[in-house]
Design a protein around this ligand. Structure first.
Ligand SMILES: [Zn+2]
Length: 309
């Protein structure tokens, strides 16, 4: 069975704490192993998880503030050190290309890995992966910032007992799917009679932004939403001023967007007790709520039974 889960490397904004490393997240999604926003220490945090540098297929950077990218030099050099044998894709805001170039060559090393660099040039840019689409949406922050989401299209799940009842097997199944129907013993069997919709899954990653259309576009119907909640409502004015979200805002977005599992992260070091984020979010969101901790693993929830869209 394919594996879809989030592995949290770090959860601190701005400054790390004794308990929280700078940002860093890995999404395992079937063949894709995507590293999001590697902050300082991400290489070492990986060691504490089951993910190796060699597993990584893609790196997505939301923006070039240090807590989201200062781990890049170490990760890039580690990919070469481990002689990763295939290209690793890298996405980041095109306006930050100069920062990326510096981070990529921050110090001398023997470069063997091939980075397939594909900057995000525009809001809504889509990148086709196997069986799923990666989409970037512009966010609202003092520097050019993009959030990301994965969108899997709805599919069909065949019902073996129905296929057997109509005596449909082997290549006929593929033909039925392709054509939409099949004539059997003088009777037309339709695709809908022997299969049901298999709802596609969605993952969204929303980091460092004030509330804006991009946040809602990314969060829409996400099975798993990872979203920054740097502040609590007591600092709502400050959050708006510096382009960040509060736990309450993030939770309301999740409810309005019909999110299933909500992961709050990127916490300001000013709050000692993470339960305060849970208490505030709970007032606005009744689904599965995770207050991210370093090295936690969060599974993408099982597929919806019917398509939400
Ligand atoms: Zn940040």
């Amino acid at each position: 069975m394919s594996m879809r889960e989030l592995v949290v490397l770090g959860t601190a904004s701005q400054a790390p704490t004794r308990l929280r490393n700078h940002n860093g997240y890995v999404l395992r999604w079937d063949d894709e192993v995507i590293l999001f926003d590697p902050g300082e220490g991400s290489q070492r945090q990986l060691l504490h998880t089951g993910v190796t540098a060699t597993d990584l297929t893609r790196i997505c950077v939301t923006h070039f503030h240090g807590d989201h990218c200062l781990g890049l030099p170490g990760i890039v050099q580690r990919l070469s050190l481990d002689r990763v044998p295939r290209p690793v894709a890298v996405h980041f805001p095109a306006g930050g290309a100069e920062y990326f170039a510096r981070l990529r060559h921050a110090s001398s090393f023997h470069e063997t890995v091939e980075l397939a660099v594909e900057p995000i040039e525009a809001d809504g840019q889509r990148i086709g992966l196997r069986g799923v689409t990666l989409e970037a949406r512009r966010l609202r922050h003092p520097v050019e910032t993009y959030g990301y989401r994965l969108i899997e299209p709805d599919g069909r799940r065949m019902l073996p007992e129905k296929l057997a009842a109509y005596g449909i097997a082997g290549p006929a199944v593929a033909e039925l799917l392709r054509v939409g129907h099949l004539d059997r013993d003088g009777r037309r069997v339709t695709r809908d009679e022997v299969s049901v919709t298999r709802p596609g899954q969605r993952f969204a990653f929303v980091m460092d932004t004030g509330l804006c259309d991009g946040v809602y576009a990314l969060a829409e119907h996400a099975d798993l939403l990872v979203i920054e909640s740097t502040f609590l409502e007591s600092e709502a004015a400050l959050a708006a001023e510096v382009g960040h979200l509060t736990a309450a805002q993030a939770a309301r977005v999740a409810t309005e967007s019909r999110v299933r599992t909500l992961v709050l992260t990127h916490f300001s070091q000013r709050y000692a007790d993470p339960r305060r984020f849970a208490d505030e979010a709970r007032e606005h969101f009744t689904g599965d709520l995770v207050i991210a901790e370093d090295l936690a693993t969060v599974p993408v929830p099982p597929r919806r039974v019917t398509s939400a869209r």
